[in-house]
Design a protein around this ligand. Structure first.
Ligand SMILES: *[C@@H]1O[C@H](CO)[C@@H](O)[C@H](O)[C@H]1NC(C)=O
Ligand SMILES: *[C@@H]1O[C@H](CO)[C@@H](O)[C@H](O)[C@H]1NC(C)=O
Ligand SMILES: *[C@@H]1O[C@H](CO)[C@@H](O)[C@H](O)[C@H]1NC(C)=O
Ligand SMILES: *[C@@H]1O[C@H](CO)[C@@H](O)[C@H](O)[C@H]1NC(C)=O
Ligand SMILES: *[C@@H]1O[C@H](CO)[C@@H](O)[C@H](O)[C@H]1NC(C)=O
Ligand SMILES: *[C@@H]1O[C@H](CO)[C@@H](O)[C@H](O)[C@H]1NC(C)=O
Length: 311
């Protein structure tokens, strides 16, 4: 039924039901909602109304529902710790936390494929679309950042991670650097932890990037030109690089460190993240977040996603 016909039917039905009172717009909405019309189903509504935020979900796999809880808060970056055991990638903070069911494929790759399939309906309207939509219905061009923290040997584990990403790769969902061009897609995968620098540098095309050391972006001993084609992200341990507890005043030297590291990253087009920021007291956590944001840090590293999303 055409929407106008449905609308007319509703107005007539409601007007008949309340002989004296004319239906209001709210009556009409109630009628249409109860009509179960396919007209009212917004096709890509999975993340409808959720605004993506520059929050990194630290140890995301600890949450009751990994990935989706983060998406529900609009968190733009998630992290999975992966362990290679017997040829399979398991997800967990330490060996004692691993179970056969909790794998990189089951907790991250497959759910992402499902979400992205919902955001990318294949039909006559989308026939000519060349760039896939990301996970955010409100901002389809914003990629989700997926940090893969390799816990086992980096060189041995990397090929398995690259293989596990194949279902996302074959759908064109991975941000890729190829032939000198960086093409942003729905998911930007960034290796951290033991992710090995040299094999990642050697990837061609590259759809697995490297979390650069934020305090060493220009360190010649690393023999590396860090830029956005290798490292969309650079991170450092806040405790070591800055150290301010968030209580009392920050020193000039501590603030100068934040701004130096942020500016080094931005000069290369790289986004800056400080992890290991204070979690408690809450006011100290919030004061540190405010300082970092004011000084240009790009990602808020958070354990409490609800607090960070309301920050
Ligand atoms: C709504 O419509 C769909 C398909 O037209 C049908 O499968 C479903 O059972 C309907 N739901 C209700 C509550 O009538
Ligand atoms: C790995 O495989 C060996 C040999 O089949 C088996 O004994 C061991 O329990 C497996 N380890 C895990 C973590 O599944
Ligand atoms: C897709 O491209 C074809 C060929 O250029 C064009 O005829 C058609 O109208 C386009 N469809 C949509 C939905 O944009
Ligand atoms: C890169 O260039 C090579 C050779 O010209 C071509 O075969 C390949 O498809 C290109 N890759 C991408 C991702 O554009
Ligand atoms: C530095 O990097 C270049 C290019 O990647 C490589 O050819 C060279 O061997 C490296 N040097 C050292 C000391 O690692
Ligand atoms: C600034 O950063 C350097 C390098 O990481 C570190 O050695 C130094 O202690 C930091 N300064 C402060 C005040 O934290």
């Amino acid at each position: 039924m055409a929407f106008s016909t449905l609308l007319k039917a509703g107005v007539v039905a409601l007007a008949t039901a309340h002989a004296e009172a004319k239906p209001t717009v709210n009556d009409q909405i109630v009628f249409l909602e109860s009509s179960n019309s396919s007209l009212l189903t917004y096709p890509t509504q999975f993340t409808q109304n959720i605004v993506p935020k520059s929050i990194h979900s630290h140890n995301d796999y600890w949450r009751d529902v990994p990935l989706l809880t983060a998406l529900s808060y609009g968190v733009g970056s998630v992290e999975a710790d992966v362990w290679l055991e017997n040829g399979t990638l398991f997800v967990g903070h330490e060996l004692a936390a691993l179970t056969p069911a909790r794998t990189f494929a089951s907790l991250y790759v497959q759910p992402l494929l499902t979400v992205l399939a919902g955001e990318n309906p294949k039909n006559a309207f989308t026939l000519n679309q060349t760039t896939p939509n990301g996970v955010w219905d409100t901002s389809s061009g914003t990629p989700l950042q997926l940090l893969v923290d390799i816990k086992t040997d980096g060189v041995a584990t990397l090929p398995y991670v690259l293989q596990a990403l194949e279902p996302l790769r074959s759908e064109g969902y991975l941000t890729t650097y190829a032939n000198g061009t960086l093409t942003t897609s729905a998911v930007t995968v960034v290796g951290t932890g033991n992710s090995p620098l040299d094999p990642i540098k050697a990837l061609e095309p590259r759809d697995y990037f490297y979390d650069a050391p934020l305090t060493q972006l220009t360190d010649p001993s690393l023999n590396t030109t860090f830029d956005v084609s290798l490292s969309p992200l650079a991170s450092t341990d806040y405790e070591v690089a800055v150290g301010w507890s968030g209580i009392g005043a920050i020193s000039d030297a501590q603030r100068a460190n934040i701004t130096k590291f942020v500016n080094d990253a931005h000069a290369l087009g790289i986004k800056a993240r400080f992890w290991d920021t204070p979690g408690w007291p809450i006011h100290a956590r919030d004061t540190v977040w405010t300082e970092l944001m004011n000084d240009g840090a790009d990602w808020l590293n958070a354990d409490d996603l609800e607090a960070a999303s309301e920050f």
